[in-house]
Write a protein that binds this ligand. Structure first.
Ligand code: C2E
Ligand code: MG
Ligand code: MG
Length: 765
């Protein structure tokens, strides 16, 4: 039914039913006329009234409509401004009506209404929406509220927050229609999820994060803060951060840090802090200033990480990069740095600077024979001894292995460096204490280079000192040598020779010379000494006294010595097959390196087996210094030879420091008196040599040893030795070293004239 009355409803029913013309003819005309007029007036009046009433109603309606429009406009504005939409949901038809307000192209707000028979709620959210709706309908909640996703017009899912109430019910009170508002909360949810992520990140951060107020009181902190400081978060809230200050920094340090934080927008630095348990830790801090969104007050966000361990490792690495962990002395890198610094100083002051390069004599043998643990102890003891001698004012460094360096700053002349070297050598005469029970004696060879005399930069100074040190080694070790220019050429030659020596065996450049040894009593050649010869393709003939030390230093003596041993045995076996008496002995020289490092007993056994010679044929010559320097190991290894039946001779006897009691302990058969004593035996000016030689002969006798006099060059020397009942003689006067063939001829010739006095044969090899 319409709201406005129809035109008919305005008329009284009777009047309308009776036609006007039908009544006029039945009454008195004048009366009728008056009546008609009256009626007409009445009708007109009524019509006017009805019209007026209708106009008023129309006016009222229009006003009402305007009011409604205004309200609707306001509602629209409100809806638009609140960014919400209005919805109605018909529970019976399951239809959702959505009304939203949006500006059109002309920027007028227009209302769009959509009817959705099947509301597109995200499948994952449908259950939750239903549950909330049921809860509301049941009266469990005063209002229906739901957050869920709905498909938008562009097909995207949007998070909506919907609120509503029942607006229509059936007579029995059952809700049939709900209405309410809804808004898109995508942005809100995103912010919330960001906030949650941020909170989660903060919770899981390895770095401690603390938020401080302007007075440096802790407002918030994350779990890492607790882990780092040992304080529970609740314990520190409201506390001043000075709670964590230790005493590694003065109070001013902390004050300055606060000032810097207050002054700027951000600050970073390192600081020692103290944990609740009292342990100090070093931390790297980063502080940023933020504004509290609510109060607009400044807050400090302090991100801290514990770098104690990292710093310790850094320091350790720095230490390892610059110091030798075994001796705690500066290493080569640090030495170079200090040298560079010292050079700068020396340049400024005009003073000199000396670099002493030390190498321990025969240290390799200690290491090889007594093991690395002992070697290490020796090195530590050497480091201490060196530091004691040179004092704290000078740098002592370990360059590598058994090489050390001393930097003497501010010296006036080279003599000062010499004196220091002498002091060092003297200091090493006293045995080094390794521990409560063990001692070791070791000597250094020292090379000296000077700034500005020999070099201008650290590397050159080191090189020159090293060159001088090698010279000291070759000069018989246990000494010092100052660098001179000429050594440069020498060290180049050395390097070249070592390289050539490395290929000498494969290039077949080595050979043996044989020097017969004469028995004075028996007047026969009783042995031959095999002597190495090297004829280098690059360098020509090189004397053994030059290449043997190189071979020893480079370790090449092990394969070369083995070659010599096998070659000597092979030659003697050949000679015997050619008719030589089987009681002739073969003497082969052996170096310390071979004795201590190589597998000499096994090599000797194999050389003998290969050649078919009996062990009694073989005599090994070892220098006195080898035996003395490595007493214990030498003893052990010599015993192995004694067991095999191989005899041992002490070569160059008299040049070392042999003690008789010591010699008695060794399984040796022969002493070879060094040529240097034989040289003077027949000279009327040199009584001393004669005395030494006779003493050695007598002493050897007493010990039951054979004595060989080496380097007999004259008839007078021979006569002296005969007079003093020396058993055996060897030297140019008897025979020069010969090649294998010549030696065999000599021996066979002598063999054919038994008993005849042998004349000196001077045949050079
Ligand atoms: P050494 O074992 O003392 O050998 C004796 C050296 O004196 C030989 O020198 C020999 O030629 C030389 N000689 C012999 N009689 C006289 C003489 O009357 N007057 C002079 N002036 N010299 C004489 P060479 O052959 O130059 O050997 C020098 C050193 O090289 C040897 O001294 C030995 O220590 C070493 N050597 C030689 N061959 C070998 C070897 O196969 N292995 C090892 N490890 N060392 C060897
Ligand atoms: Mg010899
Ligand atoms: Mg000798």
């Amino acid at each position: 039914m319409g709201l406005l009355p129809t035109p008919q409803s305005l008329w009284p029913a009777g009047l309308l039913l009776a036609p006007l013309g039908a009544r006029a003819g039945n009454a008195d005309t004048s009366l009728n006329d008056g009546m008609i007029l009256l009626l007409a007036v009445l009708v007109l009046l009524l019509a006017y009234l009805a019209l007026a009433a209708r106009r008023r109603r129309e006016r009222d309606q229009q006003a009402h409509l305007r009011q409604l429009q205004e309200r609707e406009q306001r509602l629209r504005l409100a809806l638009w401004a609140s960014n919400e939409l209005y919805w109605q949901f018909d529970l019976r038809r399951h239809a959702l009506e959505i009304t939203r307000v949006a500006p059109d192209q002309a920027n007028d707000l227009i209302v769009q209404t959509l009817l959705d028979q099947d509301p597109h709620i995200h499948p994952d959210d449908q259950e939750a929406v239903r549950t909330r709706l049921i809860a509301y309908l049941r009266g469990d909640t005063p209002i229906f509220i739901s957050e869920h996703r709905m498909r938008s017009e562009n097909g995207q899912w949007q998070w909506m927050l919907a609120r509503g109430r029942a607006i229509a019910r059936e007579a029995n009170g059952r809700v049939v229609r709900l209405a309410g508002t809804a808004r898109n909360i995508d942005a809100l949810r995103e912010m919330e999820s960001e906030r949650q992520v941020a909170a989660e990140v903060l919770r899981n951060m390895a770095e401690s994060v603390a938020v401080l107020d302007e007075e440096f009181r802790i407002v918030a902190a994350n779990p890492a803060f607790s882990r780092m400081t040992g304080y529970a978060v609740e314990e520190v809230l409201g506390q001043d951060t000075s709670l964590l200050n230790g005493d590694r920094h003065p109070p001013e340090f902390y004050q300055q840090a606060r000032q810097a934080i207050r002054a700027g927008r951000s600050w970073s630095g390192e600081m020692w802090q103290r944990r609740k348990d009292g342990r100090d830790f070093l931390c790297a801090m980063q502080c940023n200033v933020i504004l509290d969104p609510g109060t607009r007050r400044r807050l400090y966000v302090l991100v801290t990480s514990d770098i104690t361990e990292r710093r310790r490792i850094e320091q350790e690495l720095r230490y390892l990069a610059n110091y030798d962990p075994l001796t705690s002395l500066p290493n080569r890198t640090q030495l170079a740095e200090r040298l560079a610094h010292a050079i700068v100083q020396a340049r400024r002051s005009g003073h000199k600077l000396a670099l002493l390069f030390l190498d321990l004599d025969n240290f390799k043998d200690i290491n090889d024979s007594q093991g690395h643990a002992t070697g290490d102890r020796v090195l530590r003891a050497v480091a201490r001894r060196l530091q004691d001698v040179v004092g704290p004012g000078h740098t002592v460094a370990r360059i590598s292995g058994d090489e050390f360096a001393v930097v003497l700053e501010d010296i006036r002349d080279a003599a000062e460096a010499d004196r220091c070297a002498q002091r060092i050598i003297a200091a090493f005469e006293t045995p080094l204490r390794l521990d409560d029970r063990n001692e070791a004696t070791i000597s250094p060879s020292i090379g000296i280079s000077l700034f500005p005399d020999h070099a201008q930069v650290p590397t050159d100074l080191l090189k020159r000192a090293d060159t001088a040190m090698y010279r000291a080694k070759r000069g018989g070790k246990r000494g010092y040598v100052r660098y001179v220019q000429a050594m440069e050429e020498d060290s180049r030659r050395r390097a070249g020779l070592i390289a050539a020596l490395r290929r000498a065996i494969e290039r077949d450049e080595l050979s043996l010379a044989f020097q017969p040894v004469l028995s004075l009593r028996e007047q026969r050649y009783c042995s031959v000494e095999a002597l190495l010869r090297w004829n280098s393709r690059d360098y020509g003939r090189i004397a053994p006294c030059e290449f043997i030390p190189l071979a020893e230093d480079s370790g090449l003596i092990v394969p070369i010595g083995e070659w010599a041993l096998r070659e000597a045995c092979r030659t003697l076996a050949d000679w015997m097959r050619a008719g030589l008496d089987p009681d002739i002995k073969l003497a082969v020289n052996v170096s310390a390196v071979q004795l201590l490092r190589g597998e000499l007993p096994r090599t000797a056994a194999s050389a003998l087996a290969q050649s078919g010679l009996p062990a009694s044929c073989l005599e090994l010559e070892l220098t006195e210094s080898v035996l003395m320097g490595n007493a214990e190991q030498a003893l052990q290894r010599l015993d192995a030879f004694a067991e095999m039946g191989v005899s041992i001779a002490v070569d160059d006897f008299g040049t070392g420091y042999s003690s008789l009691s010591y010699l008695r302990r060794l399984p040796i058969h022969t002493l070879k008196i060094d040529k240097s004593f034989i040289d003077g035996v027949a000279s009327p000016d040199d009584r001393e040599d004669a005395a030494i030689a006779t003493t050695i002969i007598a002493m050897a006798r007493a010990l039951g040893l054979q004595v060989v006099a080496e380097g007999v060059e004259t008839a007078a020397q021979l006569a002296f030795l005969e007079r003093n009942a020396c058993d055996l003689v060897q030297g140019y006067w008897i025979s020069r070293p010969l090649d294998a063939q010549a030696c065999l001829s000599l021996l066979l010739r002598a063999q054919r004239q038994p008993g005849a006095r042998l004349d000196p044969a001077a045949t050079p090899a």
